[in-house]
Design a protein around this ligand. Structure first.
Ligand code: MSP
Length: 518
């Protein structure tokens, strides 16, 4: 059983509709998953929903639904959204699924039996309205709490705590010894800075049922449910166990799921997450895994956050981008392309409608779209769509783009890979202008030269389809269809020059990205 390349996304809170941030993370992960498949690796791509906790309980109450009813209705929307983005996820986990709940309880029981938890009382200032404990930092300069918290009372609460301190030095040593564990580097440095300067507080892993009941009951104390983050992080391994992963099943002592043959997934190769949840993934999660006797994921890859017009995206101010509306108006691939091309994996990004339209027009309509459309239209017009004899004038340019793309995809450098691919788009468009096939077509003595140019252009289009497949798979399939090739490009090996067979007839050229005046 060979281990698959296992990539996960954060699981989204199911307390609203998906926005650009959720879409972005899932698209990056999908592109990495597709890239690995096109590099010939077997992949398992997991995404899903985080359905427990106070936020969900409150949102359900506001709609006068039971939390489960509320989650079921929204989960259908989120799953439809994953389809709309054409994600190639192999599973979709929901933390309210019995398979996940049973696994979390098995993991908790094991950790409890091994002495990793203790019960202790905590006295703090509690806001019933916000259902949260406040700290001294929440006080205003005059010492009072904001009236938005309502009545704040001093409350003593018992809970279970997970001992973290004992693992602090081990984690520092691990991160230092494994420089690629947290990427990009500046996130790794932030985590190390935090770990070196502050003593870890033990993590409260329970909530009293009296205060919050929408959660997974602790298997060893029915008066408590599991803290939502402890439950959520475990999704990465509960899903692996559900597919029969032997490492996880043996460590936790659970029966493998029904997959035949079972899949080998753990350790994950990449957890793709946003910058706001690095501490959960790079501090709590590694310690949880160590305590469970499991190896750590190979990489935590933290992306930046999108803003719109330079301001925080916020439902309350109406500063939002509705991905479904953008996809409806411009098409999925225009949306996928923009977020991948605009923002490198790491820093924050800024969505502007003008920026979106400008990339659409320059890079998609006038760049890629124009190249494919004029290349194939000329082949149709001048040669009845029949591919001429092979000629290698653009072969070196195509090989460079393919080699660069391959190397960049191995390092998850998605934006740079697109830049490299556009190097070929621009080169081929320039080649049309330089060779002027429309002029050659008027001169019968130039027939051979016209054949050469048309082959180079059609073959460059084919190679672009292969390279673009992980990023904009629908467009790649359309280019293939217009070239008269069946299906869609599957592996990067197909980017070798000369794949187009002379004598073959192409399909019907049609604009990939119609020009828009608005
Ligand atoms: N449920 C937790 C994650 C648990 S993972 C074990 C959560 N959910 S979330 O819905 O709030 O966020 C899901 C992901 O979306 C996070 O990785 C978060 O960083 C990302 N984003 C949320 N808003 C975003 C932007 N504006 N821009 C980019 N990504 C953003 O956290």
């Amino acid at each position: 059983m060979s281990k698959r390349f296992y990539i996960t996304t954060a699981i989204d809170y199911v307390n609203g509709q998906p926005h650009i941030g959720h879409a972005y993370e899932k698209i990056i992960s999908d592109v990495i998953a597709r890239s690995r498949r096109s590099l010939g690796q077997e992949v398992f791509f997991l995404t899903g929903l985080d359905e427990h906790g106070q936020k969900v309980q409150q949102a359900a109450q506001a709609e006068k639904k039971s939390p489960q009813e509320y989650c079921d209705a929204l989960a259908a929307d989120w799953q439809a959204f994953a389809k709309k983005l054409e994600l190639t996820n192999d599973d979709f986990i929901r933390t309210t699924q019995p398979r996940h709940k049973a696994f979390v309880q098995a993991a908790l029981a094991k950790l409890h039996a091994a002495g990793h938890f203790y019960k202790a009382g905590y006295t703090g200032y509690y806001s019933a309205r916000e259902e949260t404990f406040l700290t001294e930092k929440d006080r205003r300069p005059d010492g009072t709490f904001d009236p938005a918290y309502g009545e704040v009372v001093e409350l003593k609460e018992e809970n279970y705590y997970f001992k973290l301190k004992a693992h602090q030095q081990w984690l520092i040593d691990y991160i230092e010894a494994n420089p690629s564990f947290i990427a990009p580097d500046y996130r790794r440095n932030e985590v190390l800075g935090f770990l070196r300067s502050q003593t870890l507080e033990d993590l409260c892993i329970s909530r009293p049922v009296a205060r919050l009941n929408w959660g997974i009951p602790l298997p060893f104390d029915p008066d408590f449910v599991t803290y939502v983050w402890f439950d959520a992080l475990v999704n990465y391994i509960s899903a692996a166990a559900a597919h029969g992963d032997p490492t996880v099943c043996a460590a936790i002592g659970v029966e493998p799921g029904p997959d035949q043959p079972p899949l080998s997934l753990w350790p994950a190769d990449i957890h793709v997450i946003g910058k706001d949840i690095v501490k959960f993934h790079a501090v709590y999660w590694p310690i949880m895994l160590k305590a469970m006797g499991l190896p750590l994921p190979k990489q935590i890859l933290a992306h930046g956050w999108w803003q719109k017009d330079g301001a925080r995206i916020s439902k309350s101010t109406g500063n939002v981008i509705d991905p479904v509306a953008v996809i409806h108006e411009w098409g999925l691939d225009a949306f996928r392309f923009y977020v991948l091309r605009e923002l490198d994996l790491g820093p924050d990004g800024n969505w502007t409608d003008a920026g979106f339209k400008s990339r659409y027009s320059a890079e998609l309509a006038n760049g890629l779209g124009n190249l494919v459309n004029r290349s194939l239209s000329m082949l149709k017009r001048y040669r009845h769509g029949v591919v001429p004899a092979r000629h290698d004038e653009l072969a070196a340019d195509a090989a460079r783009a393919a080699d660069e793309t391959r190397a960049l995809l191995k390092q998850n450098q998605l934006q740079s890979a697109l830049q490299s691919i556009w190097g070929l788009v621009n080169r081929a468009n320039q080649y049309v202008d330089q060779t002027a096939p429309f002029k050659l077509a008027k001169d019968p003595s130039q027939a051979k030269r016209l054949d050469e140019v048309l082959y180079n252009l059609a073959e460059a289009c084919r190679i672009l389809a292969v390279l673009l497949q992980p990023f904009i798979p629908g467009t790649a399939a359309r280019i293939y269809a217009q070239l008269g090739l069946g299906g869609s490009p599957s592996t990067l090996d197909a980017a070798a020059w000369g794949g187009l067979t002379p004598g073959q007839t192409i399909g019907e050229p049609a604009p990939l990205f119609p020009r828009r005046d608005d």
